[in-house]
Design a protein around this ligand. Structure first.
Ligand code: XMP
Length: 510
Protein backbone atom coordinates (compact mmCIF):
# COMPACT_ATOMS: atom_id res chain seq x y z
CA UNK A 1 0.00 0.00 0.00
CA UNK A 2 1.55 3.27 -1.15
CA UNK A 3 -0.98 5.68 0.26
CA UNK A 4 -0.10 5.49 3.94
CA UNK A 5 0.56 8.06 6.64
CA UNK A 6 3.13 7.44 9.36
CA UNK A 7 2.39 8.80 12.83
CA UNK A 8 5.43 8.88 15.07
CA UNK A 9 4.32 8.59 18.68
CA UNK A 10 6.04 10.57 21.42
CA UNK A 11 3.68 9.29 24.11
CA UNK A 12 0.75 11.70 23.86
CA UNK A 13 -2.62 10.60 25.21
CA UNK A 14 -4.05 11.74 21.86
CA UNK A 15 -1.84 9.75 19.46
CA UNK A 16 -4.48 7.10 18.72
CA UNK A 17 -6.96 9.88 18.03
CA UNK A 18 -4.67 11.23 15.29
CA UNK A 19 -4.69 7.77 13.74
CA UNK A 20 -8.47 7.57 13.88
CA UNK A 21 -8.99 11.07 12.52
CA UNK A 22 -6.74 10.29 9.55
CA UNK A 23 -8.63 7.04 8.91
CA UNK A 24 -11.92 8.98 9.01
CA UNK A 25 -10.59 10.82 5.97
CA UNK A 26 -10.38 7.42 4.24
CA UNK A 27 -6.60 7.48 4.46
CA UNK A 28 -4.69 4.60 6.03
CA UNK A 29 -2.43 5.50 8.96
CA UNK A 30 0.04 3.58 11.09
CA UNK A 31 1.30 4.53 14.54
CA UNK A 32 4.90 3.67 15.43
CA UNK A 33 6.96 4.56 18.50
CA UNK A 34 9.37 7.42 17.69
CA UNK A 35 12.31 5.25 18.73
CA UNK A 36 11.30 2.35 16.46
CA UNK A 37 10.45 3.98 13.12
CA UNK A 38 9.81 1.67 10.15
CA UNK A 39 12.92 0.75 8.17
CA UNK A 40 11.25 1.33 4.83
CA UNK A 41 9.81 4.83 4.71
CA UNK A 42 9.03 4.66 1.01
CA UNK A 43 5.51 3.34 1.69
CA UNK A 44 4.52 6.49 3.56
CA UNK A 45 3.42 9.62 1.75
CA UNK A 46 3.40 11.90 4.79
CA UNK A 47 4.53 11.88 8.42
CA UNK A 48 2.85 13.33 11.51
CA UNK A 49 4.74 13.87 14.78
CA UNK A 50 2.49 13.45 17.84
CA UNK A 51 2.33 15.37 21.09
CA UNK A 52 4.13 14.21 24.22
CA UNK A 53 4.10 14.55 28.00
CA UNK A 54 7.80 15.56 27.76
CA UNK A 55 9.37 18.99 27.41
CA UNK A 56 11.70 19.28 24.40
CA UNK A 57 14.12 21.01 26.75
CA UNK A 58 14.50 17.92 28.95
CA UNK A 59 17.55 15.73 28.33
CA UNK A 60 15.52 12.53 28.46
CA UNK A 61 12.86 13.81 26.04
CA UNK A 62 12.40 12.13 22.64
CA UNK A 63 14.90 13.65 20.21
CA UNK A 64 14.61 11.47 17.09
CA UNK A 65 16.66 11.83 13.92
CA UNK A 66 14.32 13.13 11.22
CA UNK A 67 16.95 13.45 8.47
CA UNK A 68 15.29 10.74 6.36
CA UNK A 69 11.97 12.58 6.57
CA UNK A 70 12.55 16.36 6.73
CA UNK A 71 12.29 17.93 3.28
CA UNK A 72 11.78 14.52 1.69
CA UNK A 73 8.09 14.14 2.43
CA UNK A 74 5.38 16.36 3.90
CA UNK A 75 5.80 16.55 7.66
CA UNK A 76 3.41 17.88 10.29
CA UNK A 77 4.43 18.39 13.93
CA UNK A 78 1.56 18.54 16.42
CA UNK A 79 2.13 20.21 19.82
CA UNK A 80 5.37 18.56 21.06
CA UNK A 81 6.06 17.68 17.42
CA UNK A 82 5.85 21.37 16.51
CA UNK A 83 7.96 22.40 19.50
CA UNK A 84 10.55 19.81 18.56
CA UNK A 85 10.80 21.20 15.03
CA UNK A 86 11.05 24.76 16.35
CA UNK A 87 13.48 24.09 19.20
CA UNK A 88 16.11 22.25 17.15
CA UNK A 89 16.04 24.65 14.21
CA UNK A 90 16.92 27.90 15.93
CA UNK A 91 13.59 28.68 17.59
CA UNK A 92 13.00 29.15 21.28
CA UNK A 93 10.72 26.94 23.37
CA UNK A 94 10.08 27.91 26.99
CA UNK A 95 7.75 27.12 29.80
CA UNK A 96 4.50 28.94 29.20
CA UNK A 97 3.45 31.52 31.77
CA UNK A 98 -0.17 31.75 30.69
CA UNK A 99 -2.79 29.03 30.93
CA UNK A 100 -2.74 27.03 27.69
CA UNK A 101 -5.20 24.20 28.26
CA UNK A 102 -8.60 23.81 26.69
CA UNK A 103 -10.48 25.87 24.16
CA UNK A 104 -9.00 28.83 22.30
CA UNK A 105 -9.90 30.61 19.08
CA UNK A 106 -7.70 31.49 16.15
CA UNK A 107 -7.30 35.27 16.21
CA UNK A 108 -5.16 35.43 13.09
CA UNK A 109 -5.09 33.11 10.08
CA UNK A 110 -2.74 33.73 7.14
CA UNK A 111 -4.75 33.67 3.94
CA UNK A 112 -3.70 31.95 0.73
CA UNK A 113 -1.89 28.97 2.24
CA UNK A 114 -3.35 25.57 1.23
CA UNK A 115 -2.62 24.28 4.74
CA UNK A 116 -5.31 26.59 6.11
CA UNK A 117 -7.88 26.37 3.34
CA UNK A 118 -11.42 26.69 4.76
CA UNK A 119 -9.98 27.38 8.25
CA UNK A 120 -11.05 30.84 9.33
CA UNK A 121 -10.32 33.40 12.02
CA UNK A 122 -12.42 32.58 15.07
CA UNK A 123 -12.16 28.82 14.54
CA UNK A 124 -12.03 26.96 17.87
CA UNK A 125 -8.88 24.94 18.61
CA UNK A 126 -7.92 22.69 21.53
CA UNK A 127 -4.73 23.55 23.43
CA UNK A 128 -2.96 21.23 25.87
CA UNK A 129 0.64 22.17 26.54
CA UNK A 130 2.93 23.43 29.30
CA UNK A 131 5.75 24.67 27.04
CA UNK A 132 5.23 27.22 24.31
CA UNK A 133 7.13 28.36 21.22
CA UNK A 134 8.31 31.85 22.21
CA UNK A 135 10.18 32.41 19.00
CA UNK A 136 9.99 30.66 15.64
CA UNK A 137 13.09 29.67 13.68
CA UNK A 138 14.15 32.31 11.15
CA UNK A 139 13.35 30.28 8.04
CA UNK A 140 9.66 29.92 8.90
CA UNK A 141 6.42 31.67 8.06
CA UNK A 142 3.83 32.27 10.78
CA UNK A 143 0.45 30.88 9.67
CA UNK A 144 -1.90 31.27 12.65
CA UNK A 145 -2.15 32.65 16.18
CA UNK A 146 -4.57 32.65 19.11
CA UNK A 147 -4.93 35.36 21.74
CA UNK A 148 -2.48 33.62 24.11
CA UNK A 149 -0.37 31.63 21.65
CA UNK A 150 1.22 33.73 18.97
CA UNK A 151 3.02 30.88 17.22
CA UNK A 152 0.07 28.52 16.88
CA UNK A 153 0.85 27.35 13.32
CA UNK A 154 3.90 27.77 11.07
CA UNK A 155 5.63 26.48 7.96
CA UNK A 156 9.30 26.08 7.11
CA UNK A 157 10.35 27.91 3.95
CA UNK A 158 11.10 25.80 0.91
CA UNK A 159 9.78 22.50 2.28
CA UNK A 160 6.40 21.02 3.18
CA UNK A 161 7.11 20.98 6.91
CA UNK A 162 4.45 22.40 9.23
CA UNK A 163 3.98 22.80 12.95
CA UNK A 164 0.82 23.41 14.94
CA UNK A 165 0.66 24.02 18.66
CA UNK A 166 -2.97 22.95 19.05
CA UNK A 167 -4.49 19.48 18.60
CA UNK A 168 -6.38 19.00 15.32
CA UNK A 169 -7.21 15.41 16.29
CA UNK A 170 -9.39 16.44 19.24
CA UNK A 171 -13.08 16.97 18.37
CA UNK A 172 -13.07 20.33 20.16
CA UNK A 173 -10.80 21.66 17.39
CA UNK A 174 -13.72 22.36 15.09
CA UNK A 175 -11.68 22.62 11.90
CA UNK A 176 -9.12 20.02 12.97
CA UNK A 177 -10.24 17.42 10.47
CA UNK A 178 -10.26 20.03 7.71
CA UNK A 179 -6.71 20.95 8.61
CA UNK A 180 -5.58 17.32 8.48
CA UNK A 181 -7.33 16.96 5.14
CA UNK A 182 -5.59 20.09 3.84
CA UNK A 183 -2.23 18.65 4.87
CA UNK A 184 -2.78 15.09 3.67
CA UNK A 185 -4.83 15.67 0.52
CA UNK A 186 -3.97 19.18 -0.72
CA UNK A 187 -0.31 19.16 0.28
CA UNK A 188 0.77 15.51 0.37
CA UNK A 189 -1.51 14.52 -2.52
CA UNK A 190 -2.79 11.38 -0.81
CA UNK A 191 -5.83 9.70 -2.36
CA UNK A 192 -8.78 9.02 -0.03
CA UNK A 193 -9.26 5.39 -0.96
CA UNK A 194 -9.22 3.64 2.45
CA UNK A 195 -12.87 2.59 2.76
CA UNK A 196 -14.56 -0.38 4.44
CA UNK A 197 -15.43 -1.85 1.03
CA UNK A 198 -11.83 -1.53 -0.14
CA UNK A 199 -10.61 -3.11 3.10
CA UNK A 200 -12.97 -6.06 2.67
CA UNK A 201 -11.89 -6.57 -0.92
CA UNK A 202 -8.14 -6.49 -0.27
CA UNK A 203 -8.35 -8.45 3.00
CA UNK A 204 -10.45 -11.24 1.49
CA UNK A 205 -7.95 -11.51 -1.39
CA UNK A 206 -5.02 -11.59 1.04
CA UNK A 207 -6.69 -14.22 3.24
CA UNK A 208 -7.42 -16.41 0.20
CA UNK A 209 -3.80 -16.21 -0.82
CA UNK A 210 -2.45 -16.81 2.68
CA UNK A 211 -4.78 -19.64 3.72
CA UNK A 212 -5.35 -21.42 0.41
CA UNK A 213 -7.47 -24.46 1.18
CA UNK A 214 -6.25 -24.90 4.75
CA UNK A 215 -8.62 -25.15 7.68
CA UNK A 216 -8.98 -22.37 10.25
CA UNK A 217 -10.48 -22.49 13.74
CA UNK A 218 -12.03 -19.42 15.34
CA UNK A 219 -13.52 -18.93 18.79
CA UNK A 220 -16.70 -16.87 18.53
CA UNK A 221 -17.79 -14.89 21.57
CA UNK A 222 -20.97 -13.24 20.34
CA UNK A 223 -19.12 -9.92 20.33
CA UNK A 224 -18.43 -7.57 17.45
CA UNK A 225 -14.76 -8.35 16.80
CA UNK A 226 -14.91 -12.13 16.59
CA UNK A 227 -18.12 -11.94 14.54
CA UNK A 228 -16.69 -9.54 11.97
CA UNK A 229 -13.47 -11.59 11.78
CA UNK A 230 -15.55 -14.71 11.17
CA UNK A 231 -17.57 -13.16 8.35
CA UNK A 232 -14.40 -11.87 6.64
CA UNK A 233 -12.77 -15.28 6.85
CA UNK A 234 -15.95 -16.96 5.71
CA UNK A 235 -15.95 -14.78 2.60
CA UNK A 236 -12.38 -15.86 1.91
CA UNK A 237 -12.38 -19.59 2.71
CA UNK A 238 -16.05 -20.58 3.17
CA UNK A 239 -16.63 -23.81 5.04
CA UNK A 240 -12.93 -24.27 5.77
CA UNK A 241 -13.56 -21.82 8.60
CA UNK A 242 -14.64 -23.79 11.69
CA UNK A 243 -16.14 -21.58 14.38
CA UNK A 244 -16.54 -22.71 17.96
CA UNK A 245 -18.91 -20.92 20.31
CA UNK A 246 -18.58 -22.07 23.92
CA UNK A 247 -21.36 -21.62 26.45
CA UNK A 248 -19.60 -21.15 29.79
CA UNK A 249 -22.91 -20.90 31.62
CA UNK A 250 -22.17 -17.27 32.43
CA UNK A 251 -23.66 -15.65 29.36
CA UNK A 252 -26.70 -13.40 29.34
CA UNK A 253 -30.20 -14.89 29.35
CA UNK A 254 -30.97 -16.74 26.08
CA UNK A 255 -27.67 -15.51 24.63
CA UNK A 256 -26.21 -18.87 23.68
CA UNK A 257 -29.18 -20.04 21.62
CA UNK A 258 -29.96 -16.61 20.21
CA UNK A 259 -26.45 -15.84 19.03
CA UNK A 260 -25.91 -19.36 17.72
CA UNK A 261 -29.03 -19.06 15.58
CA UNK A 262 -27.88 -15.69 14.34
CA UNK A 263 -24.49 -17.12 13.33
CA UNK A 264 -26.09 -20.05 11.56
CA UNK A 265 -28.36 -17.62 9.72
CA UNK A 266 -25.24 -15.87 8.49
CA UNK A 267 -24.07 -19.08 6.84
CA UNK A 268 -21.17 -19.64 9.24
CA UNK A 269 -19.94 -23.13 9.94
CA UNK A 270 -20.32 -22.90 13.72
CA UNK A 271 -20.42 -25.46 16.47
CA UNK A 272 -22.08 -24.52 19.73
CA UNK A 273 -20.55 -26.30 22.71
CA UNK A 274 -22.53 -26.19 25.92
CA UNK A 275 -19.92 -26.57 28.64
CA UNK A 276 -21.94 -24.72 31.32
CA UNK A 277 -21.92 -27.58 33.78
CA UNK A 278 -18.16 -28.00 33.55
CA UNK A 279 -17.50 -24.29 34.17
CA UNK A 280 -20.01 -23.97 37.01
CA UNK A 281 -18.78 -27.13 38.73
CA UNK A 282 -15.19 -25.96 38.61
CA UNK A 283 -16.17 -22.53 39.95
CA UNK A 284 -18.20 -23.87 42.86
CA UNK A 285 -17.17 -22.38 46.19
CA UNK A 286 -14.63 -19.95 44.71
CA UNK A 287 -14.98 -16.28 45.70
CA UNK A 288 -11.72 -14.64 44.71
CA UNK A 289 -12.14 -12.59 41.49
CA UNK A 290 -8.75 -13.40 40.01
CA UNK A 291 -9.05 -17.10 40.81
CA UNK A 292 -12.49 -17.12 39.16
CA UNK A 293 -10.97 -15.53 36.05
CA UNK A 294 -8.14 -18.09 36.03
CA UNK A 295 -10.51 -21.03 36.36
CA UNK A 296 -12.65 -19.75 33.50
CA UNK A 297 -9.57 -19.13 31.33
CA UNK A 298 -8.22 -22.61 32.00
CA UNK A 299 -11.50 -24.43 31.42
CA UNK A 300 -12.04 -22.42 28.24
CA UNK A 301 -8.67 -23.54 26.89
CA UNK A 302 -9.43 -27.16 27.78
CA UNK A 303 -12.83 -27.10 26.09
CA UNK A 304 -11.54 -25.20 23.07
CA UNK A 305 -8.59 -27.55 22.75
CA UNK A 306 -10.82 -30.65 22.83
CA UNK A 307 -13.11 -29.16 20.21
CA UNK A 308 -10.24 -28.01 17.97
CA UNK A 309 -8.84 -31.53 17.88
CA UNK A 310 -12.11 -32.67 16.34
CA UNK A 311 -11.43 -30.44 13.33
CA UNK A 312 -8.97 -32.69 11.55
CA UNK A 313 -6.12 -31.01 9.75
CA UNK A 314 -6.72 -27.48 11.04
CA UNK A 315 -3.49 -25.55 11.36
CA UNK A 316 -4.66 -21.96 11.72
CA UNK A 317 -6.22 -20.17 14.64
CA UNK A 318 -8.07 -16.94 13.82
CA UNK A 319 -8.46 -14.18 16.41
CA UNK A 320 -10.44 -10.95 16.48
CA UNK A 321 -7.53 -8.86 17.75
CA UNK A 322 -7.91 -5.17 16.88
CA UNK A 323 -5.42 -2.32 16.38
CA UNK A 324 -5.47 -0.78 19.90
CA UNK A 325 -4.36 -4.21 21.19
CA UNK A 326 -1.24 -4.30 19.03
CA UNK A 327 -0.06 -0.69 18.83
CA UNK A 328 3.28 -0.45 20.52
CA UNK A 329 2.79 2.36 22.96
CA UNK A 330 5.32 4.87 24.21
CA UNK A 331 5.14 4.98 27.97
CA UNK A 332 4.22 8.40 29.32
CA UNK A 333 5.80 7.63 32.66
CA UNK A 334 9.14 6.07 33.42
CA UNK A 335 10.73 7.24 30.18
CA UNK A 336 9.91 6.51 26.58
CA UNK A 337 10.06 2.74 26.70
CA UNK A 338 8.10 0.61 24.29
CA UNK A 339 5.72 -2.03 25.53
CA UNK A 340 3.49 -4.39 23.61
CA UNK A 341 0.17 -5.49 25.00
CA UNK A 342 -0.49 -9.07 24.08
CA UNK A 343 -4.08 -10.06 23.71
CA UNK A 344 -5.78 -13.37 23.24
CA UNK A 345 -9.50 -13.18 22.70
CA UNK A 346 -9.75 -16.87 23.39
CA UNK A 347 -8.06 -16.56 26.74
CA UNK A 348 -4.47 -17.44 25.87
CA UNK A 349 -3.91 -20.73 24.13
CA UNK A 350 -1.14 -23.13 25.05
CA UNK A 351 1.89 -23.37 22.78
CA UNK A 352 1.39 -27.09 22.24
CA UNK A 353 -1.57 -26.35 20.03
CA UNK A 354 1.00 -25.27 17.45
CA UNK A 355 -1.47 -23.31 15.42
CA UNK A 356 -0.45 -20.45 13.18
CA UNK A 357 -2.33 -17.28 14.04
CA UNK A 358 -4.32 -15.15 11.61
CA UNK A 359 -5.73 -11.80 12.78
CA UNK A 360 -7.62 -10.10 9.96
CA UNK A 361 -8.72 -7.07 12.03
CA UNK A 362 -5.45 -6.24 13.66
CA UNK A 363 -5.04 -2.97 11.76
CA UNK A 364 -8.54 -1.66 12.54
CA UNK A 365 -9.88 0.57 15.27
CA UNK A 366 -13.16 -0.52 16.89
CA UNK A 367 -15.30 1.95 14.95
CA UNK A 368 -13.73 0.68 11.72
CA UNK A 369 -14.51 -2.92 12.68
CA UNK A 370 -18.15 -1.87 12.96
CA UNK A 371 -18.07 -0.11 9.59
CA UNK A 372 -16.41 -3.11 7.93
CA UNK A 373 -19.09 -5.32 9.49
CA UNK A 374 -21.82 -3.02 8.18
CA UNK A 375 -20.32 -3.03 4.69
CA UNK A 376 -20.51 -6.86 4.73
CA UNK A 377 -24.17 -6.68 5.76
CA UNK A 378 -23.85 -7.80 9.40
CA UNK A 379 -26.89 -7.25 11.54
CA UNK A 380 -27.03 -3.75 13.08
CA UNK A 381 -27.95 -5.15 16.46
CA UNK A 382 -24.92 -7.45 16.50
CA UNK A 383 -22.59 -4.60 15.46
CA UNK A 384 -23.96 -2.29 18.14
CA UNK A 385 -23.69 -4.77 21.01
CA UNK A 386 -22.16 -3.51 24.23
CA UNK A 387 -18.82 -5.04 25.23
CA UNK A 388 -19.21 -8.04 27.53
CA UNK A 389 -16.33 -9.48 29.57
CA UNK A 390 -14.95 -12.92 28.70
CA UNK A 391 -15.65 -14.26 32.23
CA UNK A 392 -19.22 -13.02 31.80
CA UNK A 393 -21.53 -12.92 34.79
CA UNK A 394 -18.88 -14.59 36.97
CA UNK A 395 -17.31 -11.19 37.68
CA UNK A 396 -20.74 -9.61 38.22
CA UNK A 397 -21.72 -12.10 40.92
CA UNK A 398 -19.69 -10.88 43.85
CA UNK A 399 -18.37 -13.77 45.86
CA UNK A 400 -19.03 -17.41 45.05
CA UNK A 401 -21.10 -18.53 42.09
CA UNK A 402 -24.08 -20.86 42.19
CA UNK A 403 -26.56 -21.82 39.49
CA UNK A 404 -29.31 -20.00 41.40
CA UNK A 405 -27.33 -16.80 41.53
CA UNK A 406 -26.59 -17.00 37.80
CA UNK A 407 -30.31 -17.47 37.10
CA UNK A 408 -31.25 -14.45 39.28
CA UNK A 409 -28.66 -12.21 37.66
CA UNK A 410 -29.64 -13.31 34.15
CA UNK A 411 -33.24 -12.21 34.85
CA UNK A 412 -32.19 -8.88 36.34
CA UNK A 413 -29.77 -8.17 33.49
CA UNK A 414 -32.42 -9.11 30.94
CA UNK A 415 -34.94 -6.64 32.38
CA UNK A 416 -32.33 -3.86 32.53
CA UNK A 417 -30.91 -4.38 29.01
CA UNK A 418 -34.33 -4.87 27.41
CA UNK A 419 -35.52 -1.73 29.14
CA UNK A 420 -32.59 0.23 27.74
CA UNK A 421 -33.55 -0.97 24.27
CA UNK A 422 -37.23 -0.20 24.72
CA UNK A 423 -36.53 3.29 25.99
CA UNK A 424 -34.12 4.00 23.10
CA UNK A 425 -31.22 4.30 25.55
CA UNK A 426 -29.17 1.23 24.56
CA UNK A 427 -27.11 2.95 21.86
CA UNK A 428 -26.42 5.95 24.10
CA UNK A 429 -24.68 3.72 26.62
CA UNK A 430 -21.23 2.21 26.04
CA UNK A 431 -21.69 -0.71 28.40
CA UNK A 432 -24.36 -1.74 30.88
CA UNK A 433 -25.00 -4.61 33.20
CA UNK A 434 -26.16 -5.67 36.63
CA UNK A 435 -24.17 -6.87 39.64
CA UNK A 436 -25.45 -9.32 42.20
CA UNK A 437 -24.17 -8.15 45.58
CA UNK A 438 -23.20 -10.51 48.40
CA UNK A 439 -25.55 -8.84 50.87
CA UNK A 440 -29.11 -9.46 51.94
CA UNK A 441 -31.21 -6.59 53.13
CA UNK A 442 -34.57 -6.29 54.80
CA UNK A 443 -37.63 -5.42 52.79
CA UNK A 444 -41.36 -5.63 53.05
CA UNK A 445 -43.65 -7.17 50.44
CA UNK A 446 -47.38 -7.14 51.17
CA UNK A 447 -47.49 -7.76 54.88
CA UNK A 448 -44.39 -9.88 54.90
CA UNK A 449 -40.89 -9.03 55.90
CA UNK A 450 -38.30 -10.15 53.33
CA UNK A 451 -34.56 -10.65 53.65
CA UNK A 452 -33.24 -10.89 50.12
CA UNK A 453 -30.54 -9.93 47.64
CA UNK A 454 -29.55 -6.47 46.48
CA UNK A 455 -28.55 -5.79 42.85
CA UNK A 456 -26.62 -2.84 41.47
CA UNK A 457 -27.20 -1.50 37.97
CA UNK A 458 -24.27 0.03 36.08
CA UNK A 459 -24.33 1.97 32.80
CA UNK A 460 -21.27 3.85 31.58
CA UNK A 461 -20.12 6.12 28.80
CA UNK A 462 -16.64 5.49 27.47
CA UNK A 463 -14.64 5.31 24.27
CA UNK A 464 -12.27 2.46 25.07
CA UNK A 465 -13.09 1.23 28.58
CA UNK A 466 -9.91 2.80 29.97
CA UNK A 467 -11.84 5.66 31.51
CA UNK A 468 -15.59 5.80 31.96
CA UNK A 469 -18.34 7.85 33.51
CA UNK A 470 -21.73 6.74 34.77
CA UNK A 471 -24.66 7.59 32.57
CA UNK A 472 -27.31 9.99 33.79
CA UNK A 473 -30.23 7.65 32.97
CA UNK A 474 -33.70 9.22 33.28
CA UNK A 475 -35.23 8.82 36.76
CA UNK A 476 -38.45 7.53 35.18
CA UNK A 477 -36.49 4.74 33.50
CA UNK A 478 -34.67 3.81 36.71
CA UNK A 479 -37.94 3.86 38.63
CA UNK A 480 -39.68 1.56 36.14
CA UNK A 481 -36.68 -0.79 35.90
CA UNK A 482 -36.34 -1.05 39.67
CA UNK A 483 -40.07 -1.86 40.03
CA UNK A 484 -39.90 -4.46 37.28
CA UNK A 485 -36.89 -6.17 38.80
CA UNK A 486 -38.29 -6.33 42.33
CA UNK A 487 -41.71 -7.47 41.13
CA UNK A 488 -40.50 -10.04 38.63
CA UNK A 489 -37.31 -11.53 40.04
CA UNK A 490 -37.84 -13.66 43.14
CA UNK A 491 -34.98 -13.29 45.60
CA UNK A 492 -34.29 -9.60 44.92
CA UNK A 493 -35.83 -6.87 47.09
CA UNK A 494 -33.51 -3.91 46.50
CA UNK A 495 -32.00 -2.16 43.46
CA UNK A 496 -29.27 0.50 43.54
CA UNK A 497 -27.66 2.50 40.73
CA UNK A 498 -23.87 2.82 40.58
CA UNK A 499 -22.76 6.46 40.24
CA UNK A 500 -18.98 5.97 40.30
CA UNK A 501 -16.63 7.00 37.51
CA UNK A 502 -13.53 5.11 36.36
CA UNK A 503 -11.06 5.97 37.76
CA UNK A 504 -11.16 5.53 40.69
CA UNK A 505 -13.80 2.77 40.39
CA UNK A 506 -13.67 0.18 37.59
CA UNK A 507 -16.51 -0.72 35.25
CA UNK A 508 -16.91 -4.26 36.57
CA UNK A 509 -17.20 -4.72 40.32
CA UNK A 510 -14.67 -7.56 40.40
P1 XMP B 1 -12.84 -2.64 34.20
O1 XMP B 1 -13.72 -3.39 35.14
O2 XMP B 1 -11.40 -3.03 34.29
O3 XMP B 1 -13.31 -3.07 32.73
O4 XMP B 1 -13.03 -1.15 34.29
C1 XMP B 1 -12.89 -2.47 31.53
C2 XMP B 1 -13.48 -3.26 30.38
O5 XMP B 1 -12.91 -4.57 30.35
C3 XMP B 1 -13.90 -5.56 30.53
N1 XMP B 1 -13.32 -6.60 31.39
C4 XMP B 1 -12.92 -7.80 30.95
N2 XMP B 1 -12.97 -8.35 29.71
N3 XMP B 1 -11.97 -10.31 30.57
C5 XMP B 1 -12.51 -9.62 29.54
O6 XMP B 1 -12.56 -10.16 28.42
C6 XMP B 1 -11.90 -9.84 31.85
O7 XMP B 1 -11.42 -10.50 32.77
C7 XMP B 1 -12.41 -8.51 32.02
N4 XMP B 1 -12.49 -7.69 33.13
C8 XMP B 1 -13.06 -6.53 32.70
C9 XMP B 1 -15.08 -4.84 31.15
O8 XMP B 1 -16.31 -5.50 30.86
C10 XMP B 1 -14.98 -3.47 30.50
O9 XMP B 1 -15.53 -3.48 29.19
Amino acid sequence: MQNKVLILDFGSQYTQLIGRRVRELNIFSEIKPFNKPPEDLSEYKAVILSGSPFSVRADDAPHPDLSEIRGKKPLLGVCYGAQYLAHFNGGNVEKSNTREYGRANLSHVETGNPFLEKVNTGSQVWMSHADTIKQLPENTQLLASTHDVENAAFKFDGEETYGIQFHPEVYHSTDGKQLLENFLVNIAGIEQTWTPDAFVETTVAELKEKLGDEKVILGLSGGVDSSVAAVLLHKAIGSNLHCIFVNNGLLRKNEFDGVLKQYEGMGLNVKGVDASARFLDELAGESDPETKRKIIGRVFVEVFDDESKLVKGANWLAQGTIYPDVIESVSATGGPSATIKSHHNVGGLPDYMKLKVVEPLKMLFKDEVRRVGASMGLDKELLGRHPFPGPGLAIRILGDITRDKVAILQEVDHIFINGLREWGLYDKVWQAGAMLLPVNSVGVMGDERTYEKCVALRAVESTDGMTADWVNLPYEFLQKTSNDIINKVPGVNRVVYDISSKPPATIEWE
